[in-house]
Write a protein that binds this ligand. Structure first.
Ligand SMILES: [Cu+2]
Length: 156
């Protein structure tokens, strides 16, 4: 079968583009850890504050340099509001909203989730650089939206 030279060029460029696309997605997902925040687990938003583990939100050590942050997002703050970990720690965030849609972003990291009432959003991040990390709401949620932020401190 004869394939015209121009057809070969187009077929090859299509194959190269597809390979490049899959490579970028693959490296981003498997090497850099980017993932869509899960919406696998549901919760009744009106009963969120009495449903475990959100009836006792907090920051706990679950292993060697491993922490779990069970957090409630509500107008206009997050609970708990103070967190501190040593450098190199991995924090597993588990967040839900009790009222409206909120955001959960830590600038200059790949932590960025939409916190929807009725769903539990989860993301993990390893903090390799010491400093103060701002956790802020990036979804407009009402009159006090601009003050909705808490700090996570990573000590050296
Ligand atoms: Cu908010």
């Amino acid at each position: 079968m004869h394939i015209h030279r121009y057809e070969k060029i187009w077929l090859w460029s299509g194959a190269v583009c597809l390979t490049l696309f899959l490579l970028i997605v693959g490296v981003s997902a498997f090497a850099m850890g980017n993932q869509p925040p899960s919406h696998m687990e549901t919760i009744d938003p009106e009963k969120a504050v009495t449903t475990p583990p959100f009836d006792n939100p907090g920051f706990t050590k679950v292993g060697e340099k491993e922490y779990e942050a069970v957090m409630l997002a509500q107008a206009f703050t997050y609970t708990p509001s103070k967190m501190s970990v040593p450098k190199g720690s991995t924090v597993h965030f588990k967040v839900t909203s009790t009222d409206v849609v909120h955001g959960f972003e830590i600038p200059s990291t790949n932590v960025n989730m939409m916190i929807t009432p009725g769903y539990v959003s989860e993301i993990s991040y390893t903090f390799t650089k010491p400093g103060k990390y701002l956790i802020l709401c990036n979804e407009y949620c009402g009159a006090g939206h601009q003050v909705m932020a808490v700090t996570l401190e990573v000590t050296a």
